[in-house]
Write a protein that binds this ligand. Structure first.
Ligand code: NAP
Length: 226
């Protein structure tokens, strides 16, 4: 059984995830940070694309001591499984995601990944090989489901989110819209890649909730199935 997939993303008022040099930007504030920590703590796995690992070096660990304790008290690991989508096994061996906080790591690569790099990653992570060229996200979700992952939050970036939407894997989407303008036609947006051209291909959303948080607004969407 594939996990329920929730996408969480923060964008500026003009729809950008970071600067055009892909430099991480503080888009939300303390309350939204706590919300995202809670969302992650309620999931079995947190997923990012290799672009985000290379740009931001996130650890994706749970930060709140109370949430960590809650997870441990309920028999779950302190942190969710951390998953990287990385066709060519480019995750640096010293990446924070591989070392910060206890718990399992999964790197999903494709058949074109260099075998030496894959072996090196196997010392710190479980490696899933899925897809010939890019990672086959449906197969990854099947494998994660077999590992017992029922609920997963994908934190971006825009290329991974577009891939998840294209594969029809997204169930819910949280878009935080912050009170800054980043600008730049080349700055990442929540669904990058080639995009879609036919209206029939566009994902259709239903607005579930709108909440004011910090100096911005959180939009909670569900994906309409055809
Ligand atoms: P990304 O989405 O993190 O990773 C994309 C990469 O994943 C692809 O280039 C590809 O690289 C790999 N991939 C493999 N199979 C894929 C598939 N089937 N579908 C999609 N991707 C696949 O990278 P990004 O778009 O460059 O985003 C990074 C930027 O987003 C950074 O600037 C970061 O700061 C920002 N970000 C912002 C937020 C926010 O909430 N504001 C959250 C996260 C990230 P390979 O071909 O090498 O595998």
């Amino acid at each position: 059984m594939r996990p329920v997939v929730i996408v969480n993303v923060a964008m500026s008022a003009d729809g950008k995830l970071s600067t055009r040099e892909r430099r991480q930007v503080k888009i939300s504030g303390k309350d939204d940070f706590s919300r995202v920590d809670r969302l992650k703590a309620g999931c079995d796995a947190v997923m990012v694309g290799i672009g985000t690992v290379l740009a931001d070096d996130p650890s994706l660990t749970i930060k709140s001591p109370d949430l960590k304790k809650e997870r441990l008290d309920s028999g779950r690991p302190e942190h969710p499984v951390r998953v990287v989508i990385d066709s060519r096994a480019r995750t640096p061996p010293g990446a924070s995601i591989l070392h910060k906080g206890d718990g399992q790591r999964v790197i999903a690569v494709s058949a074109r990944a260099d075998p030496g790099r894959v072996e090196a990653l196997r010392t710190t992570a479980t490696v899933i090989v899925a897809g010939e060229d890019e990672v086959d996200l449906c197969r990854v979700m099947d494998e994660l489901g077999k590992m017992g992952i029922r609920r997963l939050v994908a934190e971006g970036g825009g290329t991974l989110i577009a891939g998840l939407v294209r594969a029809g894997l997204v169930d819910e989407l949280y878009t935080y819209v912050g009170s800054i303008v980043i600008g730049g036609k080349d700055a990442p947006t929540p669904a990058d890649g080639p995009g879609w051209t036919k209206e029939t291909e566009f994902a259709r959303l239903a607005l579930a909730e709108v909440t004011r948080i910090d100096d911005g607004v959180l939009l909670h969407w569900t994906i309409k199935t055809a």
